[in-house]
Design a protein around this ligand. Structure first.
Ligand code: S3P
Length: 176
């Protein structure tokens, strides 16, 4: 089949990057890489521990370093962390070798989806709802840096995958 671009999922926390990415990879029979999971494995600690022990800047450094490495791969489905868009170099590296798909969701959906787990250090605060609203506003434009944007409000990861597959076919990124 020759050289196949990566499919990279970007988007705010709670837009479903990990669950959608895993399903998409299974569906296409391609390797799945979850950037946060890989960072946790490489550093021998959770993201929350990295933030608590060494601070956010250290995490961002490790994240950028991993992104530059993973961008040299091909054929993979890659789910990124929500803050990957903060560093323009990350986007440049990813875009060089991948089709970037942005997953979006409303503030209400994000608040609902991120209330279930408490593994995200940025959201572990009493004014969570206000903070998420502010962060989403600040980053909204950055999540537009994608070939396609797929809204995930009220739809399952399975359906998001179907929509992505339609777009990838239309764009000539996959056959069928
Ligand atoms: C972050 C999102 C997280 C994780 C870290 C920082 C962010 O990933 O990388 O907690 O800045 O938005 P998810 O988007 O997978 O939750």
């Amino acid at each position: 089949m020759g050289y196949v671009k990566n499919v990279v999922l970007i988007g705010f926390m709670g837009t479903g990057k990990t669950s959608t990415g895993r399903l998409l990879a299974a569906r296409l029979g391609r390797p799945f890489i979850d950037v946060d999971k890989e960072l946790e494995a490489e550093n021998g600690m959770t993201i929350a521990e990295m933030f608590a022990l060494y601070g956010e800047a250290h995490f961002r450094h490790k994240e950028a370093e991993f992104i530059s490495r993973v961008s040299r791969r091909h054929n993979a489905i890659i789910a990124t962390g929500g803050g990957v868009v903060l560093n323009p170099l990350n986007l440049k590296h990813l875009a060089s070798n991948s089709v970037v798909i942005s997953l979006s969701a409303s503030l209400d959906t994000i608040l609902e989806r991120t209330s279930r787990r408490d593994t995200r250090p940025l959201l572990n605060r009493p004014d969570r709802a206000e903070f998420v609203a502010k962060l989403l506003d600040e980053r909204r434009e950055l999540y537009q840096n994608a070939a396609y944007i797929v809204n995930t409000d009220g739809i399952s990861p399975q359906l998001v995958v179907e929509r992505i597959i339609v777009l990838l076919k239309q764009g000539g990124y996959i056959r069928g």
